[in-house]
Design a binder for this molecule. Structure first.
Ligand code: BGC
Length: 368
């Protein structure tokens, strides 16, 4: 990969193993997945649990509906639950326990807190359920069977690169002044997104082409607890007061759309020009903002595809097959390297929005 300064960017390449199977499973081949193979399978109308976090972004809302319908269509009994907005961790722990008690054969989890589910995951596994981490990895447990997600490191790299490209398009020469935001520290993705972005930004910071105006570069300084819009808005307000009285701000690394819109809101309410702001998730309001020339970019992680791959995993397990995976090295959860299926994220700006969302009935009309 090359950045706009013409230098190679270390992409921390994730080796994508050749896909060896078609369809949803590989009979009798458990390579790369330890003892996760399910020789017997289970009954076609079994309960499948889906434990999702609070609705902190549109993708989670969409995922719940897609799981409910998709699992039902495939002949399973779907038990889809969301953690509540305030007691998220305890809610989710109880929901997973209840799914285990109900005899769920597979439990798919979008973790509220990556590090606080090992007890529930162990109990589910001991009761014979397979456990799949959906979108967010679950840490410190040997009992997690699979992980299915968009390539999170790549998401960050695309955001970092787009930030540089966007600033360069507005102002041909640097140095560029930026601020960095990252997601919730209890979500493993937040650190991976940030790492990916820094793969691209750090070399430019080192060369002095990019300057973090406030000097706040550590994850603990940039993190927004719970991915809350109000947290991002408050931090941006503070940064504007402390650092941007007269100084120009050229760009903001925002890890997702919800936070991007809050950051833009904060900047606009001070009467300042909106800088280049990144995002993620292709939320309706952000796609509109991109088309209006306000937010600079987002990431398309088509939830329909992620849910489909998750349901493919369930179908394979039901038939006693090994689910398809394409990554056996990127996601060490602290106890084991989790067999993973990664999907490719796509960077979207106003320039490619029509093409990127051509097959999305909700977003395509916004790009016309
Ligand atoms: C997801 C993002 C989302 C964020 C907040 C992350 O784990 O990967 O797509 O924006 O959570 O909900």
């Amino acid at each position: 990969m090359r950045n706009f300064f013409g230098k190679s960017v270390a992409v921390g390449a994730i080796a994508m193993l050749a896909l060896t199977a078609c369809g949803s499973g590989r009979e009798g081949d458990d390579s790369g997945s330890g003892d996760s193979g399910s020789a017997k399978g289970f009954e076609a109308n079994s309960v499948i649990g889906v434990a999702l976090p609070a609705k902190t972004s549109e993708n989670w809302v969409l995922a719940g509906d897609l799981f409910t319908n998709g699992l039902k269509e495939a002949g399973f009994q779907a038990d889809v639950q969301y953690a509540g907005a305030s007691t998220t961790v305890a809610d989710q722990q109880q929901q997973i326990t209840a799914m285990t008690t109900k005899g769920a054969k597979v439990i798919i989890i979008g973790a509220t807190d990556a590090a606080q589910l090992s007890t529930q995951v162990a109990a589910a596994h001991a009761a014979g359920a397979k456990v799949i981490a959906y979108d967010r990895l679950i840490l410190n447990t040997p009992d997690l069977d699979y992980y299915v997600a968009f390539d999170n490191r790549k998401v960050g790299q695309l955001q970092g690169q787009a930030l540089l490209d966007g600033m360069k398009a507005k102002k041909p020469t640097g140095p560029y002044t930026i601020e960095l935001f990252s997601g919730s520290p209890d979500d493993n993705n937040a650190g991976v997104f940030f790492q990916g972005a820094m793969d691209v930004l750090q070399p430019e910071i080192d060369k002095g082409n990019v300057v973090v105006g406030s000097g706040q570069k550590e994850v603990k300084q940039t993190a927004i607890q719970g991915w809350k819009a109000e947290g991002a808005q408050a931090r941006m307000d503070q940064l504007l007061t402390s650092t941007y009285g007269s100084k120009e701000l050229d760009g903001v690394l925002s890890p997702n759309d919800t936070l991007a819109r809050a950051i833009i809101q904060s900047i606009k309410s001070r009467g300042k020009t909106v800088p280049v702001v990144t995002g993620q998730d292709s939320e309706v309001e952000s796609v509109k903002s991109i088309m209006n020339g306000e937010q600079y970019m987002t990431i398309n992680k088509d939830t329909r595809n992620l849910v489909k791959e998750s349901i493919n995993m369930v179908k394979a397990l039901q038939g006693g097959q090994e689910p398809q995976i394409n990554d056996t090295k990127s996601y060490n959860n602290g106890t084991k390297v989790v067999p993973t299926y990664l999907l490719p994220p796509v960077a979207v700006t106003k320039a490619n929005a029509a093409e990127a969302y051509a097959n999305d009935p909700k977003l395509a009309p916004l790009t016309k």
